[in-house]
Design a protein around this ligand. Structure first.
Ligand SMILES: *Cc1c(COP(=O)(O)O)cnc(C)c1O
Length: 460
């Protein structure tokens, strides 16, 4: 594509206005003011262009969300047509709209069998706020109102609203604003490379899962309402749990009868090579938050898939549920999400990631393990991570965590690749349309940037 937009060349003007008027999310304002923001002006397929005309291979699918890639006319058309037909109406007070209804039905079809209803939100954060309220409502209606506490995990990411950030296990977020709110506690994450010590991954997986059992016993099962987790922690560093982890978690949730909430905001819609992480790990969530890949990010929309068990209680015993958002089930967002799911189905993108491009990406990614900076490579489907370490043989992290990761990330950005750093863990989550040739291109760029990082650190 050689389309030049009128924005290119206006970088300084954008940066100045941005610095003066725009408070960005997850941004150090002083640093942004000094460095100036990078302005992205257009995109197509797996590529982005900035306001200076530089092309970037998007290894992160935006923020883990642009599963079908950029530039999809079907999605633009779905929004356009719906906006002309009915741009907005709400779904409060017993009204509905065709796009919200159609999408709800489609979601019941593509999600695991026992999930047949959806509560619509505008984001993953709102979905997790909804989770908190639904979980507590459920136990109230079961006559067990003292079951309030939700157990989550260190370094989990469940969003940035008050409930989302509290459910999440990010220390820096908790330190700003006196979080978590009461009734939310965190256990160890199944991060073998950092926490496994001398144990094999399989041994460690059971140990990490049993932290849940220990916490339930410590609090008393009468207090515990639910356990929430991402199938694979995303923003926490693409933490792939050992194979033994989820079976043990399943056993514990079922033995103690606490609700299992599986946050599929990243893993959903094909990221693991299955439709949902729950399909990959054989989980039966009681509640399942979704967002991101639901619309491939073309319009904001999220939701909570509600199991038959929880829904039946809310329906039979509940009366009115006093919760919702003005834009819950927004017609244009729902129309785009439905069109997005049709693309995933028609182009068999999930199957392609499972059978062809996912295994290829993982095979090529493992080659990076030979690099002197790389302590571990790991991944699944179209998610992958590598640990940059001080000593790969001793499994030693750098003394000042995060510095080398940022260095490597900046080399990537300046050399045409978007790869993200979580501390010193480099992560990718590419659009599901990425081809073998584009994976090869990603590997060349990633290796080049690892070399540049090593050179800067004085490592051969
Ligand atoms: C991004 C994310 C969220 C929050 O979604 P927003 O749309 O940013 O509010 C929640 N859970 C997980 C697992 C996420 O990755």
């Amino acid at each position: 594509m050689s389309k030049i937009t009128k924005n290119e060349g206006d970088t300084a003007r954008y940066q100045e206005a941005d610095r003066r008027h725009h408070m960005h999310p997850f941004t150090d304002y002083k640093q942004l003011g000094q460095k100036g923001s990078r302005v992205i002006t257009r995109a197509d397929g797996v590529y982005l262009w900035d306001s200076d005309g530089h092309r970037l291979l998007d290894g992160m699918a935006g923020l883990w969300c642009v599963n079908v890639g950029y530039g999809r006319e079907e999605l633009a058309k779905a929004a356009y047509d719906q906006m002309l037909q009915l741009p907005y109406y709400n779904t409060f007070f017993q009204t509905s709209t065709p796009p919200a209804t159609d999408l709800a039905q489609l979601l019941a079809e593509v999600t695991p069998a026992h999930l047949n209803r959806v509560f619509f939100t505008n984001s993953g954060s709102e979905a997790n706020d909804t989770v908190l309220r639904m979980v507590r409502r459920y136990w109230d209606l079961q006559g067990k109102p003292q079951k309030k506490t939700i157990i989550s995990r260190i370094n989990a990411y469940h969003g940035s609203t008050v409930a989302g950030a509290s459910l999440g296990g990010m220390d820096p977020m908790h330190r700003q604003g006196d979080l978590p709110i009461p009734g939310i506690v965190h256990i160890e994450q199944p991060y073998w490379y950092a926490n496994g010590g001398e144990l094999s991954p399989d041994e460690y997986g059971v140990v990490a899962a049993r932290r849940l059992e220990e916490k339930i016993n410590e609090l008393g099962v009468g207090q515990v309402a639910a356990f929430i987790a991402e199938p694979i922690q995303g923003a926490g560093g693409v933490i792939i749990p050992p194979e033994t982890y989820w079976p043990e978690i399943k056993r514990i949730c079922s033995d103690y009868d606490i609700l299992l909430v599986v946050d599929e905001v990243i893993c959903g819609f094909g990221r693991t090579g299955k439709w949902f992480g729950s399909d990959y790990y054989g989980l039966q969530p009681d509640l399942m938050p979704i967002a991101k890949g639901l619309s491939s990010g073309y319009l904001p929309i999220g939701g909570v898939m509600v199991s038959d068990r929880v829904a039946q209680t809310l329906i039979d015993e509940g009366g009115e549920f006093f919760h919702g958002f003005t834009y819950s089930g927004h017609p244009a967002a729902c129309a785009v999400a439905a069109a997005n799911i049709r693309i995933l189905q028609n182009e068999k993108l999930v199957e392609r990631v499972q059978q062809e491009t996912g295994p290829y990406l993982q095979q090529r990614w493992r080659e990076l393990a030979d690099h002197p900076l790389v302590g571990e490579t790991r991944g699944l489907g179209f998610l992958a991570a590598l640990e940059l370490v001080k000593d790969k043989h001793k499994r030693l992290f750098f003394d000042e965590r995060g510095k080398v990761g940022t260095l490597c990330r900046d080399f990537c950005f300046n050399n045409g690749l978007v790869m993200r750093a979580v501390r010193d863990t480099m992560i990718i989550s590419p659009p599901l349309i990425m081809t073998r040739e584009q994976i090869d291109e990603l590997m060349v760029l990633a290796l080049k940037c690892l070399d540049l990082t090593a050179k800067e650190l004085g490592i051969a």
